[in-house]
Design a protein around this ligand. Structure first.
Ligand code: ATP
Length: 358
């Protein structure tokens, strides 16, 4: 699965741009503020239906324009292709797959699976559990089919239970949601555990290649206390939930502990090592998706050289080339592009224009 053509119209600093990328590695170079990240953002939008920037889709409309349009053609392994489109104007955002108006974000996610590695990727280790849950759930979503419907039902029941708690409704109205919560929490928990086991199995080989064999461990934390199951934990914590006004335990509070040589990875000092470790985790995820479903996600790597010296850059580039699939990797300057990417298609971005492969 890869992009065979990409068109941007009035998106960020680009008025009108079309690129025909390589099915393997695409290197994008350009000065600060030339539009490299915006190109990756456009691809990300097409695969996720939203931006990775905090500001939401509206500011992505080019200054002075009324709407942006993104289009992509996606080649799939059986020789077929899909067309994806996104249009954003003042009325809202519309998605299209193969001309179909009823396209949802889920359709985009399934049509163009992609994995983003940005300069802040180390926050996966440093910051709160939300980032690690997001990391886990991206992978679980793509490989464990029971996960997403259960997660959706769980969140719906959680919202209702929290509403009852916040509004100080009688106990019976709170616990009325417990059976639905428990049923779905167990499915979510089982899918995540199975996924982390698979991921863990692939990690030593990847860590060996990228980190030189430091033992990395992953420990999944379910989000509730005790070994007697979620139903028991919910019941035992009911009075505390009533006082707090929300459900304090459950899969929505789960976490993934990442340790290197028995030290919590966020205490591992070097930012560069943290970036390499996080990238290793993301690449194992990408490989797992290929092994389990035959899908290679498109890799988007923004400012690959940030935090990394020449040796780590080279090791990472070799790994990306080994894994295969399509990638888009940005660099400030051509001199930062590692040797292992010398066969990549090269694009140069300048003043809202993209120069074709040279
Ligand atoms: N809606 C918009 N309309 C016009 N220009 C915009 C809009 N949004 C952002 N820009 C501009 O687009 C330019 C490209 O930004 P982008 O983040 O893609 O650059 P970059 O090449 O990744 O830079 P860096 O290497 O510094 O991260 C910036 O000058 C930014 O101010």
């Amino acid at each position: 699965m890869h992009l065979t053509r990409l068109r941007l119209h009035d998106f960020r600093c680009f008025e009108q741009v079309e690129i025909v990328p390589s099915a393997t590695t695409n290197v994008i170079t350009g000065d600060n503020a030339s539009g490299k990240t915006s190109l990756l953002e456009a691809i990300f939008f097409l695969g996720r239906g939203q931006s990775f920037r905090q500001s939401g889709p509206r500011p992505a409309i080019r200054r002075g324009a009324n709407a942006f349009t993104l289009n992509a053609e996606i080649g799939v392994p059986d020789g077929l292709s899909h067309r994806l489109g996104i249009h954003r104007d003042k009325r809202g955002i519309a998605y299209r797959r193969d001309g179909e108006n009823a396209t949802t974000r889920l359709d985009l996610i399934n049509t163009l699976p992609l994995q983003m590695i940005d300069p802040n990727v180390h926050r996966l280790l440093e910051q709160g559990p939300r980032y690690r849950r997001h990391f886990m759930d991206w992978g679980v979503f793509h490989v464990e089919h029971t996960f997403f419907p259960a997660w959706r039902r769980y969140r719906r029941a959680l919202r209702q239970r929290n509403r009852a708690l916040k509004s100080r409704w009688p106990k019976k109205d709170v616990i009325a949601w417990d059976a639905e919560l428990v049923r779905n929490a167990e499915l979510v928990d089982a899918s995540r555990r199975a996924y982390i086991d698979y991921l863990y199995a692939g990690l030593p080989a990847q860590a060996q290649r990228l980190l030189g064999g430091e033992p990395v461990t992953l420990e999944y934390e379910s989000g509730w206390r005790g070994d007697d199951g979620f139903g028991h934990a919910l019941a035992a914590n009911l009075d505390q939930d009533l006082r707090a006004g929300f459900t304090q335990q459950g899969p929505h509070r789960s976490d993934l502990r990442v340790s290197v040589a028995s030290t919590k990875a966020r205490d591992w000092v070097s930012r560069g090592q943290q970036k390499i470790l996080t990238t290793a985790l993301l690449l194992v995820q990408a490989e797992l998706l290929y092994q389990r479903r035959g899908i290679r996600p498109v890799l988007l790597i923004d400012d690959m050289a940030a935090e990394l010296g020449a040796r780590y850059r080279e090791v990472l580039a070799e790994e990306i080339a080994r894994i295969g699939g399509q990638s888009f990797i940005t660099f400030l300057e051509p001199s930062l592009v590692p040797q292992a990417l010398s066969d990549a298609a090269m694009f140069h971005v300048e003043h809202g224009a993209v120069a074709a492969p040279c």
